[in-house]
Design a protein around this ligand. Sequence first.
Ligand SMILES: [Zn+2]
Length: 347
Amino acid sequence: MKSVDLSGQKVVSARDVEAAVAAGATELVLCPRAIVTPTARDLMRRHGCAVRGDGASPGTPVASPGSAPAKLFASPEAEAAKAEIIAVGRKLWQRQYVDGNGGNISFRLGENAVICTPTLVSKADLRPEDLCLVDFEGRQVAGARARTSEILMHTEIYKAVPEAKAVVHCHPPHATAYAITGRVPPTCVIPEYEVFVGNVALTRYETPGTQEFADAVLPFVRKHNTVLLANHGIVCWADTVTHAEWYAEVLDTYCWTLMLASQLGAPITHIPEEKAADLLAIKKRLGLPDARLDGDIKECQLCDLPDLPGAIAVPPRGHGPCSGNDDGHDDIVQAVTDAVMAALAKA
Ligand SMILES: [Zn+2]
């Protein structure tokens, strides 16, 4: 590899890159604050130049031109996915679902590849050349910037859920408010939420970016397209990047609406169970996952209602298809029944 040092230049233009490539450069060393013109970036990509400095971590791989990863990363499907990721990143930022450089977006490309957002870039400022290509183990195979540190959560979801083509992780404030209380919103309030999200799951807390963090979502992702991450945010998967972002919108708006309603001084009314069953039937027709759809839904308790009138938070369900709001609920009912029967027997 031949490095050409451009770190003395505040602005790197196409002419600089052409001159470096003509001199045999395969790696360019840039000043961390250098402004790189879009044409210069295009040229770097076209010539497969590795880049150091410029926010990319040293040694971040850039696939050599003509290699399989480079071809895949420049394929029409990849370019369309990059455009969609950038549009969704802007939506997330405009809706205030991502703060600082928070959140990450990915798209499954073929058998063993995922396009994802880089670390340390605001989702409002993404450009096609910022995106990365990784394999299913999270190893970066193309892209000049370093991949998101939370990629393992995405790749584990792709491995566990064949239908998942896109994953969006973000920190929407109203949904995250639930994620820091250990509670989830009750169901059977608004039809759109029931159909597109419904019965959201909540993970245990783990340090972001670790394998444990990725493993924490796995028990839930086959039966839920949207999961609250304890003390962190949310993750959604879908058939497209746009749809995964929709689920974030549906969940956050729902949480927000519940919070507003709780200030009105009147109890929230709930959709009756038989009507909720209609919504679940629609959900089934759309092919969307829901833990309540497992087996015979008539045997499941469809609505998670709060014990206290006016409450807008309930304990999360367990993993089972029909498990109630709180593990051990049946045991408590049985214990109370036994105590009452014993008291009656004595009377
Ligand atoms: Zn996060």
